[in-house]
Ligand binder design. Structure first.
Ligand code: PEP
Ligand code: MN
Length: 338
């Protein structure tokens, strides 16, 4: 197999045989011999010296110094909706426009997405705002179409264990960067094995997205364990982003979760924003309004800078800013000291 342009030789049993490992290390052309930590292989920290940076377009990569925020509605619902939201997120520092055209819904009676016309609307709105776009393909038969339109291909939580689809994406000739969500009940190792399916097809541009698992908590839709961010970082060379929207399920929790993901070392966010969340056809309760998104981005800026990262900031100072930064993150400000 090859990774990052380097050939990788896998030798079964070498980890248990120090003599064999020493002899392998002395062979001409061998740069490094490392024992693999578990079933995940191509995504493992040990297989790639350094960190993978996923190029999206010139001047934009995920996994470098910039904290990259991808934002937009859960689903593309119409031309005016996606154009309005695209303009709002672009003005507030989003670097990628999200929007589902093919939606994986829990019940067949829910809005399933606009399909191909939705993809076209997303594409046009992205061009209008000069933002690359991300959208999900649910099945193999949608791959050519979705990969042909998007800059980043999304694999959702439900398909994160669909190995046929993952392998097909890895082999897809367009080689689009891929964002994979963590499966709802998957361990971090299983998550990395899913990424290996894409990597082993020859596509090295994989971004991991943590969106929370099923849990017993009642404060949020899913449980996003913040410890998973630094834990995953130790296990893999791939970039990691957080999805605070699906984790929270409630918009008032999203900004604080976003700040926590940034502080825990994530490389970016995937956030849902809707201009009329009450009328959204999908995931309205967890969508930030453009105003909330603007205030969140404004407050994340100094936090990113303090952590040695860059973050695109809102074009104008947001309106309705609270006196205390925490209040703009949806958290009550501490009581003032006399
Ligand atoms: C989405 O991003 O809108 C989505 C369907 O997410 P998930 O796959 O994490 O549920
Ligand atoms: Mn959604």
């Amino acid at each position: 197999v090859r990774l990052g342009g380097c050939p990788l030789l896998l030798v079964r049993g070498a980890a248990d045989d120090p003599d064999l490992a020493r002899r392998l290390a002395r062979l001409p052309g061998v740069a490094r011999v490392a024992a693999l930590p578990g079933p995940h292989l191509l995504s493992a920290r040990e297989t790639f010296a350094g960190r993978t940076r996923v190029p999206i377009r010139p001047g934009l990569e995920v996994g470098g110094g910039e904290f990259v925020v991808m934002a937009g509605p859960c689903a593309v619902e119409g031309e005016e909706q996606i154009r309005t939201i695209a303009a709002a997120v672009a003005a507030n520092g989003a670097r990628v426009l999200r929007g589902g055209a093919f939606k994986p819904r829990t019940t067949p009676i829910c809005f399933q997405g606009l399909g191909s016309p939705g993809l076209e609307l997303l594409d046009r709105a992205g061009r209008e705002q000069r933002l690359p776009i991300i959208s999900e393909a649910l099945a193999q038969r949608q791959l050519d179409e979705v990969a042909g339109r998007v800059d980043l291909l999304q694999v959702g939580m439900r398909n994160a264990l669909n190995y046929t689809l993952l392998a097909e994406i890895g082999r897809h000739p367009l080689r689009r960067p891929v964002l994979i969500k963590c499966g709802i009940g998957a361990t971090l190792r299983e998550f990395l094995c899913a990424a290996d399916y894409v990597l082993s097809g020859g596509n090295q541009n994989v971004i991991l997205c943590l969106r929370g698992s099923a849990g017993f908590g009642c404060s949020s839709r899913a449980v996003l364990n913040m410890a998973d961010i630094p834990a995953l970082r130790r296990m893999t060379h791939l970039p990691i982003v957080g999805d605070p929207s699906h984790a929270a399920g409630r918009r008032e929790l999203v900004p604080a979760l976003s700040a926590a993901a940034l502080a825990a070392g994530a490389d970016g966010l995937l956030v849902e924003v809707h201009d009329r969340p009450d009328q959204a056809l999908c995931d309205g309760p967890q969508a930030l309004t453009p105003e909330q998104f603007g205030r969140m981005m404004f407050r994340l800026g100094p936090l990113a800078a303090a952590l040695g990262r860059t973050l695109a900031s809102p074009a104008r100072p947001p309106v309705g800013l609270e006196a205390h930064p925490l209040a703009d993150l949806g958290v009550e400000a501490p009581a003032a000291h006399a």
